[in-house]
Design a protein around this ligand. Sequence first.
Ligand SMILES: *[C@@H]1O[C@H](CO)[C@@H](O)[C@H](O)[C@H]1NC(C)=O
Ligand SMILES: *[C@@H]1O[C@H](CO)[C@@H](O)[C@H](O)[C@H]1NC(C)=O
Ligand SMILES: *[C@@H]1O[C@H](CO)[C@@H](O)[C@H](O)[C@H]1NC(C)=O
Ligand SMILES: *[C@@H]1O[C@H](CO)[C@@H](O)[C@H](O)[C@H]1NC(C)=O
Ligand SMILES: *[C@@H]1O[C@H](CO)[C@@H](O)[C@H](O)[C@H]1NC(C)=O
Ligand SMILES: *[C@@H]1O[C@H](CO)[C@@H](O)[C@H](O)[C@H]1NC(C)=O
Ligand SMILES: *[C@@H]1O[C@H](CO)[C@@H](O)[C@H](O)[C@H]1NC(C)=O
Ligand SMILES: *[C@@H]1O[C@H](CO)[C@@H](O)[C@H](O)[C@H]1NC(C)=O
Length: 303
Amino acid sequence: MTRLALATAVFAIAPWLAAASAPCEPSTPALQAFAKRADGYNNPADGGGSMLTIVNNTYPAGQGEPINVILSGTSDAQVLVDSLDDGGFQNYMLSTFLAHECLGVHFGDTQSANLGDGDGNVTQVAVLRWDYGDPYVGSCKETFNGGLHLRYWQQNGTKAFFLAVSVEMDEAKGHDIVPDGYNLGRDELVGNVTQTSVESRNVTTASTFSGQTSYGNYTYQTDVTYVAGLLQNSSIGINHNITVEEDGYAAIDGLVAVLQVSIVSRPAGDTGATAASSSSSGAISLLPPAVAIVTLAAVAALW
Ligand SMILES: *[C@@H]1O[C@H](CO)[C@@H](O)[C@H](O)[C@H]1NC(C)=O
Ligand SMILES: *[C@@H]1O[C@H](CO)[C@@H](O)[C@H](O)[C@H]1NC(C)=O
Ligand SMILES: *[C@@H]1O[C@H](CO)[C@@H](O)[C@H](O)[C@H]1NC(C)=O
Ligand SMILES: *[C@@H]1O[C@H](CO)[C@@H](O)[C@H](O)[C@H]1NC(C)=O
Ligand SMILES: *[C@@H]1O[C@H](CO)[C@@H](O)[C@H](O)[C@H]1NC(C)=O
Ligand SMILES: *[C@@H]1O[C@H](CO)[C@@H](O)[C@H](O)[C@H]1NC(C)=O
Ligand SMILES: *[C@@H]1O[C@H](CO)[C@@H](O)[C@H](O)[C@H]1NC(C)=O
Ligand SMILES: *[C@@H]1O[C@H](CO)[C@@H](O)[C@H](O)[C@H]1NC(C)=O
């Protein structure tokens, strides 16, 4: 196929992708409505869990990656549903250019986390990647070029989302984490959801950031604070710690960004009175694998 034909193939499927965004996967079981703390999440360590992810085959063994952003369970109920629809979490993430992985094909390792909620070690729900402003194939570009990405989980009971965010190197470098890539990833995410520029080395527990983003006619207000004491302030046991440490600073600064998200405007017809009940895992993940792989080859040819 010529380059033009490949490009045509990509754009030919674009309407199909859009059409596939209607929810057609079974709903996940509703999360139990446990009493939640005033701050909208529970410290995983209180329930035998950890703010470090579980990664197989690290050297030395047993290293994890920091869960450095929490979307608080006190946020708008619609954002606390893992859905593309009704202003859900995935729509919120698209408002800040983070999309499901390139055509639903997962690259790289899978990680688990124990959020101390009684569910034990749970595989990541999904990986989201910076989409360069293009929700259809932009995350493919991130897959090859590296950049901002995250894995996420949802805590049973509080419904808070726990995000392990980092900036990684490109495909050729095996998707290692860039120097200071955990703090930078957290703060690029905070910068994006609040439309401000966040200087990682200056962030303290006194820092706050607020701002708005929109997608699909939903506008979200995000208020961010930084919390100490959930994560360690050191490099020990942090995956890629040798290369992530920089200028004498530890691989992570120990701060977790806590996002409080409210919906300040909705499309006509959504009154916000009834929270979304369906859950879909994203249009692109519905592609049959063979189609996805062929399409991926086409996308790769574009740059
Ligand atoms: C890690 O390895 C174990 C044993 O091979 C496997 O059961 C588990 O699914 C792996 N976890 C992840 C997150 O890949
Ligand atoms: C959960 O992960 C931890 C850390 O890797 C491991 O020690 C433990 O055996 C795992 N638990 C189960 C039930 O697999
Ligand atoms: C949440 O925890 C409850 C109580 O342990 C359990 O019954 C339920 O299956 C869990 N839900 C999910 C989605 O893990
Ligand atoms: C948003 O994220 C992108 C991708 O990592 C980054 O290049 C950009 O600087 C971020 N924007 C802000 C305001 O932090
Ligand atoms: C970060 O802190 C340094 C030293 O205090 C200061 O010069 C700089 O302006 C700060 N940067 C931002 C973006 O606040
Ligand atoms: C957003 O609002 C515009 C103008 O009101 C409308 O034309 C459009 O269909 C809406 N889009 C969505 C995704 O609701
Ligand atoms: C982390 O530790 C370093 C050195 O021990 C210290 O300078 C820094 O203030 C600590 N950061 C936080 C967020 O506690
Ligand atoms: C990285 O973490 C390991 C434990 O997993 C520790 O032995 C090592 O000293 C750490 N390296 C650095 C550079 O902090």
